[in-house]
Design a protein around this ligand. Structure first.
Ligand SMILES: [Zn+2]
Ligand SMILES: [Zn+2]
Length: 296
């Protein structure tokens, strides 16, 4: 899996940061999480064709996370797209997309399929399951978790004992069926093992609450907002955002492998204090910049 951070600011874009937009690439599929203003251009600058986006996951309809949706639809209609576009989002997404489509003069060359998500499984795309959790941010807002299917692999150390290292029968074993070779039975249980699929979590625009920990459980990569430093916590209480300290604690408690901080308030020029603050609780942390790519 590869994450490209297209926009890492929050409410206001800055000279260096565009509004929230994150691209997850996995085996030929692009999943876009949030589409802040300017997302089309950010995609172009990252060398990614906007036309390659078939699935857009909106966390919530605050403008910083969604102003780019109309731009994408305009781009697709200008290019006479014919493939369906899937837009996932919280309650109210259908109504909002309907308004967007009627507000502009788009050519209707493709279908927009809207999926309103309350929580639980949001989408199944190839070998990925996307699930959602309603988070605490005033209106309806979602966090997303993407889980790759576990993959069955051949336990070659075991099958070697039977003289089996390359054989069409191994395909059968990998598909989860016991096999017999030269009169000896090789069971799925002993002849294979499950390699856990990778997990990506995106948590943004929420106050802290305990269910976030189980939602992010052992993610390979947690991309988490840290709008403010904890010294500004009095402000975050009102605004329903996380501090770098809370993001660090969440990463630690959920046992994730890597934490990437994002969604920085424009009042901060330097992101180093964010890494330092989260780093008190969790070592493997970086502050996102626009156009960072992270493979995991
Ligand atoms: Zn936001
Ligand atoms: Zn928001």
């Amino acid at each position: 899996m590869k994450l490209t951070t297209l926009g890492t600011s929050c409410m206001f874009p800055t000279k260096k940061r565009s509004q929230p937009a994150m691209l997850l690439f996995h085996e030929g599929v692009n999943l876009l999480f949030d589409a802040g203003e300017g997302v089309q251009r950010q995609l172009r600058l990252a060398g990614i064709s906007p036309m390659s986006i078939n699935h857009v996951f909106i966390t919530h309809w605050h403008g910083d996370h969604s102003l780019g949706v109309a731009g994408l639809i305009n781009c697709f209609s200008g290019n006479r797209r014919t493939e369906d576009l899937h837009i996932y989002g919280p309650r109210g997404t259908s109504e909002r997309v309907k308004h967007l489509v009627s507000a502009f003069d788009f050519k209707k060359t493709f279908r927009i399929r809207v999926h309103e998500v309350k929580g639980g499984e949001a989408a199944r795309i190839k070998d990925l399951t996307v699930s959602a959790l309603r988070v605490r941010h005033g209106g309806h807002c979602l966090a997303y978790r993407v889980k790759e299917d576990d993959k069955r692999r051949i336990n070659l150390d075991y099958t070697k004992k039977f003289g089996l290292t390359q054989h069409p029968l191994l395909g059968k074993l990998q598909r989860g069926e016991d096999i017999e070779y030269k009169g000896k039975k090789i069971t799925v249980e002993k002849g294979t093992y499950l390699k856990p699929g990778r997990v990506f979590c995106y948590v943004t625009d929420t106050s802290y609450f305990p269910e976030l920990v189980s939602f992010c459980d052992r993610a390979d990569l947690l991309l988490c907002e840290s709008t403010y430093l904890s010294s500004d916590e009095a402000r975050t209480g009102d605004r329903q955002h996380l501090t770098a300290e809370q993001a660090g604690m969440l990463a630690r408690d959920a046992g994730v492998k890597k934490l990437v901080l994002t969604h920085f308030s424009q009042k901060y020029i330097n992101s180093k204090p964010f890494v330092k603050e989260a780093g008190k609780f969790f070592d493997n942390v970086v502050a996102a910049k626009d156009f960072m790519t992270i493979e995991f």
